[in-house]
Design a protein around this ligand. Structure first.
Ligand SMILES: [Zn+2]
Length: 175
């Protein structure tokens, strides 16, 4: 993984328009950052705005990105911390098709987390990941499974959170 976090540097096109008096706006279009500036704006000012807009769009993109990458990074941290980095999996990602919170096809090492968990706090997502990672060692839910899973300190709180979330979603009008 060498997708560096700070590498958002799209090609930039500056569009200067006479219709525009003061405001600056920007959009990402086919991977090009277009920055609309007033024609009267100086080069130095344009450059300052381009950098501001680039940062703003980068922040927006990051906020929208509770992606599979997020899961992969969190799973790696958990693996290092609780499994001495011994586990390996073939794929990890969000999906709409799991019936509850997560699933692990331990024979092929595919971990799936319910898409509706994208809005959940990290420590709850970590608990579900811990559950699925533990399945890479123990396929069933026996005592050894639970002993391993309960090394995650927030396990009890996370279980409570998930039970509450589940009940809310089953209420009339719930999501
Ligand atoms: Zn399970």
């Amino acid at each position: 993984m060498n997708n560096h976090q700070n590498s958002f540097s799209p090609p930039i096109r500056i569009l200067a328009t006479r219709r525009r008096r003061r405001t600056v706006s920007a959009r990402l279009r086919s991977g090009v950052l277009e920055v609309m500036v007033p024609a009267s704006m100086s080069v130095a000012e344009r450059e300052r705005w381009v950098e501001l807009m680039r940062e703003r769009i980068e922040r927006q993109m990051r906020r929208k990105l509770p992606t599979d990458q997020r899961l992969a990074e969190r799973a790696k941290r958990l693996n290092d911390r609780y499994f001495a980095g011994r586990l390996s999996w073939t794929s990890i990602g969000y999906t709409d098709t799991v019936s509850l919170w997560g699933s692990c096809t331990f024979t092929i090492g595919a971990i799936r987390v319910a898409s509706r968990m994208k809005a959940f706090p990290d420590w709850v997502v970590d608990y579900v990941l811990m559950h699925e990672l533990t399945h890479l060692v123990h396929s069933n839910h026996g005592p050894a499974f639970h002993e391993m899973l309960d090394r995650y300190p927030m396990a009890e709180r996370a279980k409570g959170y998930l039970i509450a979330a589940q009940q809310l979603s089953q209420m009339p009008g719930g999501a």
